[in-house]
Design a protein around this ligand. Structure first.
Ligand code: ADP
Length: 633
């Protein structure tokens, strides 16, 4: 499949592809946005963590400063619980953050402590941290405070709402937290940030060691970004199948449209091909007679292109100008729906001026909704048919005329022949009687005159008869070398249409070896025509399966021509009877056909014969001597 075919076929993929690109774009944008937001969040968290750490450090430093002031104030005084408890700085510290204040001597023995049951009072505040300050001359003041409380009081409320703020040690143990129940485990990993807070935190009052690797950890309580992410995934996941289904529907639709298009194109091409190759001319007209459509045959018939014809209103350019009124009248009749169903004949004029005989069949032109919108005409050019019919008619007429003339000649010839004898007899008897009367001495003027005139009249009649015979026999058969096969073919061709009309099968089996004969082609043609026509007449007695076989062959010194049919046969009649002048079994028969045939054949030194055909029917044949025989004979 090349690109030209592929592109329109895969067009349906375009929306799917575009949607995928769009979805990927949205996802990338969401991710970038998310990363942006996370980065921003991280930055904010870092700065929040750093500022919280600074605040806490400040706070511890502040407490340390208070403690130092207290230590300075107590310097030199006698250590006692009362002294401690009475000091306002101690009370203020306890109200703020301190859990207890303990006064130790150089050996870390407790000299005084406020409150007195400090351990018991604050045992539930979790891990404690300590601040220390030296008291002159050799004591140490230790303040114990709860980092949890410090976180709760030291971290601003908005920060505590946003983050879980925790102090964790190096072992990831929570030392203190702003929330009572850390959600860390429950909600999975949340963005958090740690900042080291080791310096001022002291776990034990006795060692100077600070809490190693303690850190301040801020954990985002409500990571809002994460909430949007699943939703976008759900939307995308929902969107893609929808687009896929829509694309599939588009594809199906496109396929259907493509199939319909192909089918439409094929059908149009078929229709065009059929209309153009039809021998029938087609024209469609509306009710006003305006030409809506013409096919190629129509254009060829009138010699005008379709562009010049379509849209034309009557009178049409192909109407013969000398019969416009008559054609217009017929056109009105046709448009009124009164055209004869069996069609009507018309004469049209080709653009070259030649007249065309046509047969027109009108039928209603119906649109797709079954509504009649005009008339559809089918037109057949019958010019050639008319010409052939005319020619055939003339041929038949000429044949009949010639046959009649020949027959008349034969009748006259027979009459002359038959009359010659009685006339001669009359003349002889007349001469005999005249002689006898002269011998008897009869001198009767009246009788002798009558006999003389009788003799003259008989002679006159004899001369007339002789002249007729001379005239009729003046056209001696013209013996010329001729191809008998050609003569037979020509005769059969003359009769072919008649034979076809009578539904008779005609077989020609002509011997190719037949040499030329010396004969009068016109007369021999008459013989063949007569024999075939007789056979055809006889065959009309059969209902079907009519058949005539004409053959020629060389037999000895003769060429023999057979005309055989499968008709009723000769019923025992012999050739002499059939060839007798005026013998006919047909109602309109003259009975001279075979007589003439016989005399023509005999004039050629030939023989005419008739017999029963082997398979039933009649077999008429004639033989003509070969030309050498005639020449040498
Ligand atoms: P016509 O044809 O006028 O009758 P024809 O001399 O040609 O005169 O024929 C004489 C008769 O011979 C016909 O009337 C017919 O009875 C008979 N005849 C001629 N040809 C055939 C044939 N092929 N089969 C049967 N009878 C025939």
């Amino acid at each position: 499949m090349n690109l030209r075919e592929f592109l329109p076929r895969s067009l349906w993929l375009a929306p799917l592809g575009l949607s995928l690109v769009f979805v990927l774009g949205v996802l990338a944008w969401v991710r970038a946005n998310e990363a942006d937001e996370q980065e921003q969040q991280r930055q904010t968290m870092i700065s929040d963590a750093l500022s919280t750490e600074a605040q806490l450090r400040d706070r511890i430093d502040e407490e340390q400063a208070h403690l130092r002031q207290l230590a300075a104030a107590l310097g030199g005084q006698k250590p006692s619980t009362a002294t401690l408890a009475a000091h306002p700085e101690v009370n203020a510290g306890l109200r703020r953050l301190w859990q207890s204040v303990t006064w130790l001597d150089a050996r870390n023995r407790v000299l005084a402590e406020v409150p007195e049951d400090a351990e018991a009072a604050h045992s539930d505040d979790g891990l404690s941290l300590h601040l220390t300050a030296r008291v002159a001359p050799d004591g140490v003041l230790v303040v114990r405070y709860a980092p949890a409380l410090m976180l709760k009081r030291g971290v601003p409320w908005w920060l505590a709402r946003k983050y879980d703020v925790q102090l964790v040690d190096s072992a990831d143990q929570v030392i203190a937290s702003t929330t009572d129940s850390p959600m860390r485990a429950a909600q999975g990993p949340r963005p958090s940030y740690r900042v080291a807070l080791t310096g001022p935190l002291r776990a034990s009052p006795l060692t100077q060691a600070t809490l190693t690797d303690a850190a301040l950890e801020l954990t985002l309580r409500d990571p809002a970004v994460n909430g949007a992410r699943p939703l976008s995934w759900v939307l995308v996941a929902g969107f893609l199948p929808l687009i896929a289904v829509a694309s599939w529907l588009i594809r199906r639709q496109m396929r259907q449209v493509q199939r319909a298009e192909v089918a439409g194109r094929t059908e149009a091409a078929w229709r065009r091909a059929m209309e153009d190759s039809a021998l029938v001319a087609l024209r469609a007209r509306d009710f006003d007679g305006r030409l809506l459509y013409v096919n190629r045959t129509f254009c060829d018939m009138v010699g005008l292109p379709a562009e010049q014809l379509v849209g034309l209103l009557p009178p049409m350019p192909y109407w013969p100008p000398d019969a416009l009124a008559e054609v217009a009248e017929r056109n009105r009749r046709n448009l009124a729906g009164q055209a004869p169903r069996e069609g009507y004949e018309a004469h049209w004029r080709h653009s070259s001026g030649r007249l065309v005989d046509v047969m027109v069949f009108e039928s209603p032109l119906v649109d797709a909704g079954g509504r009649q919108i005009g008339w559809m005409g089918s037109i057949i050019d019958i010019t050639e048919r008319r010409r052939l019919e005319e020619r055939e008619r003339r041929q038949v007429e000429t044949l009949a005329h010639n046959a009649r003339l020949t027959m008349l000649g034969e009748v006259a010839s027979t009459l002359a022949h038959e009359l010659n004898q009685p006339l001669t007899a009359i003349a002889s008897y007349n001469a005999g009687i005249a002689n006898s009367l002269a011998k008897m001495g009869v001198q009767d003027e009246l009788v002798c005159g009558a006999l003389k005139r009788l003799g003259q009249q008989a002679e006159h009649a004899g001369r007339i008869v002789a002249r007729i015979r001379e005239f009729l026999t003046r056209r001696e058969p013209r013996h010329e070398p001729c191809d008998l096969n050609e003569v037979i073919s020509a005769a059969v061709d003359l009769l072919r249409r008649e034979v076809q009309r009578r539904e008779i099968g005609l077989d020609l089996a002509l011997s190719p070896q037949a040499p030329p004969v010396l004969a009068d082609a016109v007369l021999i043609e008459q013989v063949v025509i007569n024999l075939v026509r007789n056979a055809a007449d006889a065959l009309m007695a059969r209902a079907a399966g009519r058949h005539i076989a004409v053959s020629s062959r060389v037999a000895g010194d003769f060429v023999r021509v057979d005309v055989q049919d499968n008709g009723p046969g000769l019923a025992g009649r012999r050739v002499e009877q059939l060839c007798a002048p005026f013998y006919s079994t047909k109602s309109d028969g003259m009975g001279m056909g075979l007589a003439i045939c016989r005399s023509i054949v005999e004039a050629h030194q030939g023989v005419l014969d008739a017999s029963e055909a082997p398979g039933g029917g009649a077999l008429f044949s004639f033989s003509l001597p070969l030309s050498q025989e005639i020449v040498h004979g």
